[in-house]
Structures are given as C-alpha cells and as structure tokens.
Ligand binder design. Structure first.
Ligand code: NAP
Length: 246
C-alpha cells in the first residue's frame, strides 16, 4: 500500500505536544517530512529525534513573524520545499466578561488567530512554488458555536474559520487549498492530564472526549491529494457535539 503523504513536506506548529504531535507522528508514518515548530523546545527536540531523519525541530513562537520566516526557510533548507502547512498551535484561556482583561484577550488572539495569519503570510510563496499545496488550520468546535466563559478563544476560533475561507478563495488559483478542522473536546495536555474522558450524553452524543488519534486521520486526509476537491471548508470531528441538542 502506498503511503498517503510520500514526497510531502509539512510544517506543523505546536507539534511538540497533544494533537500536533499525533499529526507529526502520522505524517511521518505516511511518508512525509515534518518540521516540528513549537515553543516547547525540549519536547519538540525529543519528538524530532524519535521520528528520525525525516523530522526536524525549530523553535517557533507563532506570534513572531521572524520565527515564521525562519521556520519556512529551515523547512526548505532541510527538506527542499514546503507544501503542507498545519496551523495547529493554540492556547485555551477564559474568564467571565467583566473580569477577563484586554491583555488576556490580546494574548489569545495573537496566538490562536494572528499566529495562523503570520504562518500563511510566511509560507505563502513557498506553498505556491510547491503547488499543489495544502493548508490545514486547526480551529475548534468553538469555531462553530459559542462557548460561555471562553470569549477570546471562541472569537479566535471563529476567526480561524473565516481566515480559512478568505485564504482558500485567494490561493485556489495558485494551487493551494485551505481548510479548517474543528475538534470537540480532545484528551490532550490542553485539557489537563487528569481529565475524565467520560461526558454525559447531553454534553456529547458519544458521551466521551476524543483522542488526538481520532482527529489526525482528518488532518492527514486534508494534507494529502485525496482531498484534492476539498477547499475552503470546515471539517468537524466532535462526536456529534455541534450536531444539535441530544
Ligand atoms: P496542547 O497539547 O496544549 O499543544 C499545543 C502546543 O502548542 C504545545 O506544545 C504548546 O506549548 C504550543 N504552543 C503554545 N503557544 C505557542 C506559541 N505561541 N507558538 C508555538 N507553539 C505554541 O494543545 P492541543 O489540545 O493539542 O491543541 C492543538 C490545537 O487544537 C489548538 O489550536 C487547540 O486550540 C485546538 N483544539 C484543541 C481541543 C482540545 O480539546 N484539546 C479542542 C478543539 C481545538 P506549551 O505546552 O509550552 O504551551
């Protein structure tokens, strides 16, 4: 059986941990080369070493356009091109309106929304040069419906969905597809290592949190040429949470 990402070169932000690490592992297994970008340097370096010669790590703070330029350049230096960008890095933070500060708001927006914009900006020419290329923006179920108490996070993830659609329209003539992925609650360090995976059916029809490995196949699909007619769309992977009221 052929590997689904043979010959592809991906830059994945926030890939040292959680879902990003799961995506990196699967991309390597499917034949891709992967540049792991993260601020968690030790974990990122360890993962790159574990994944072998087709993986490398670079420090990438997604709020820094300089870091993004360096990450794109290093990806091309190591692996010859860049044809898949996965904007995965993000933080979860919240608090009630009236208490949540402008500084907290700006921090979430700068990582979760400005980060993907800076990634697209830095990678645009490389992606066009390597077309057919794909961008996968990791939004959230909170980019589909509102969530009380996490206003900045929800706004950032709706923003990622909008950025995805405008970028998809602009870059399609250049052979670059852009799609967004919307996970529900997934068991990663973001939700806390001790999270209980069970949920009541009112909260989720499948009555549980998801695993990173249940999101990754969708990201692999959107990064591969199997999804050649998928563009500017949102792909929900949430156990049915946003389907309606159970
Ligand atoms: P995670 O386990 O916390 O991993 C996120 C990674 O991004 C961490 O390695 C983190 O480093 C890194 N990071 C944080 N700030 C960064 C920055 N400024 N620049 C670069 N990297 C940075 O989270 P996850 O659950 O896998 O989340 C991955 C994506 O899925 C995020 O966009 C998240 O919003 C989205 N998502 C998650 C869930 C969920 O339930 N887990 C649901 C829907 C969507 P540190 O550990 O050092 O902070």
């Amino acid at each position: 059986m052929t590997e689904r990402l043979t010959g592809r070169v991906a830059l994945i932000s926030g890939a040292a941990s959680g879902m990003g690490a799961s995506h990196a592992r699967a991309f390597i297994a499917e034949g891709a080369c992967v540049m792991i970008g993260d601020i968690a340097d030790t974990a990122g370096q360890q993962l790159a070493a574990e994944l072998g010669d087709r993986a490398a790590y670079i420090h990438l703070d997604v709020t820094s356009s300089r870091d993004w330029d360096a990450a794109v350049a290093e990806t091309i230096r190591c692996f010859g091109k860049l044809d898949v960008l996965v904007n995965n890095a993000g933080i979860l933070d919240g608090g009630p309106i009236g208490e949540y500060t402008e500084k907290q708001w700006q921090n979430v927006l700068s990582i979760n929304l400005t980060g993907p914009f800076l990634g697209l900006t830095a990678a645009r020419d490389a992606l066009v040069a390597a077309a057919p290329a794909a961008v996968v923006n990791i939004s959230s179920a909170a980019g589909i419906q509102g969530v009380p108490g996490v206003h900045a996070y929800t706004a950032s993830k709706f923003g990622v969905r909008g950025l995805t659609k405008s970028a998809a329209l602009e870059l399609a003539p250049h052979g670059v597809r852009v799609n967004s992925v919307h996970p529900g609650g997934i068991l990663t360090p973001m939700l806390g290592a001790s999270s209980d995976a069970t949920l009541d059916r009112g909260a989720n029809p499948l009555a549980r949190l998801g695993l990173p490995e249940e999101v990754t196949p969708l990201v692999v699909f959107l990064a591969s040429t199997e999804s050649s007619y998928c563009n500017g769309a949102e792909y929900v992977v949430d156990g049915g949470m946003t389907a309606g009221r159970a």
